[in-house]
Design a binder for this molecule. Sequence first.
Ligand SMILES: NC(=O)c1ccc[n+]([C@@H]2O[C@H](COP(=O)([O-])OP(=O)(O)OC[C@H]3O[C@@H](n4cnc5c(N)ncnc54)[C@H](OP(=O)(O)O)[C@@H]3O)[C@@H](O)[C@H]2O)c1
Length: 207
Amino acid sequence: DLAAEGGCEHLAGEAVARAGRVDALVAGAGIGWAGPFVTMPPEEIDRVLTVNLTSTLRLVRLLLPPMVARGTGRLVLIGSMAGWVGVGDEAVYSASKGALLTFADSLRRELAGTRVRVSVVSPGAVDTPFFARRGTPYHRRRPRPVSAERVARGVREALVRGRENVLVPGWLALPARLHGAAPGLFGAVADRAAAYGAEITRLVDCR
Ligand SMILES: NC(=O)c1ccc[n+]([C@@H]2O[C@H](COP(=O)([O-])OP(=O)(O)OC[C@H]3O[C@@H](n4cnc5c(N)ncnc54)[C@H](OP(=O)(O)O)[C@@H]3O)[C@@H](O)[C@H]2O)c1
C-alpha cells in the first residue's frame, strides 16, 4: 500500500533487493473520485492526492538518485487527459494528474545533460476496473475507452524512445494543445458540450 507509512520505501527497497538496481520506474498506481468538489469528503481529497501524487513523487525521490549517478534511467508517470484540461466533477483527480505534468517538466530541467528521461503517459478513458472502483461509471461519449494494452504500448513508446508526453489515443494531443494555447476557448467549447450532453441525458431519461 503506497499510501501507508513506509509503503513507498518498502516497494523501492524490495525492487532494488530483488533486481539489484532499477533502470526504469513506471508509476501507475492511481485512484479516482467523481462528484461535485463541494461534496467531496476531506479524507477522500487526502487519499486521492496521496496515492496519485505524493506516492509517485516519493517513489521518484527514492529511485532517481542511483539513475542520476549512473547517468541513465527512465521515469514514466501515468497521468491522465484530466490533468491536461481539468475535468468537471473530477477536480481533485485532475489536480493530482496535472501536478504530475508540472513535476515532470521541472524534473526535466533538473536532469538536462543526463540520459535520465522523464515521460508522462496520459490516457483518456481506459477499459479497466478504475470506474467501478471509484464507484461512478464512465458516462462520456468521447473519448471512448481504449484497452489497457493500448496504454501499455504508449508506456513502451515512452520507455524505448524517452518521449516526453504520450497521449492515448494520440488524437487527444489536439484538445490538450488547444487547452494550452486558448484555455478560454477550450472552456467555452467544453461547457457547451457538457450542456448538450446533459440535455441528451435528460431527453433519454424522459422516454
Ligand atoms: N482507467 C482510466 O480510464 C484511466 C484514465 C486515465 C488515467 N488512468 C490512470 O491509469 C492508472 C492505472 O489505473 P487503471 O485504469 O488500471 O485502474 P485500476 O484498474 O483501478 O488500477 C489501479 C492500480 O493502482 C493500484 N493502486 C491503487 N491504490 C494503491 C495503493 N494505495 N497502493 C498501491 N497501489 C495502488 C492498484 O493496485 P491493486 O490492484 O493492488 O489495488 C492497481 O494496480 C492510474 O494512475 C489512473 O489514474 C486511468
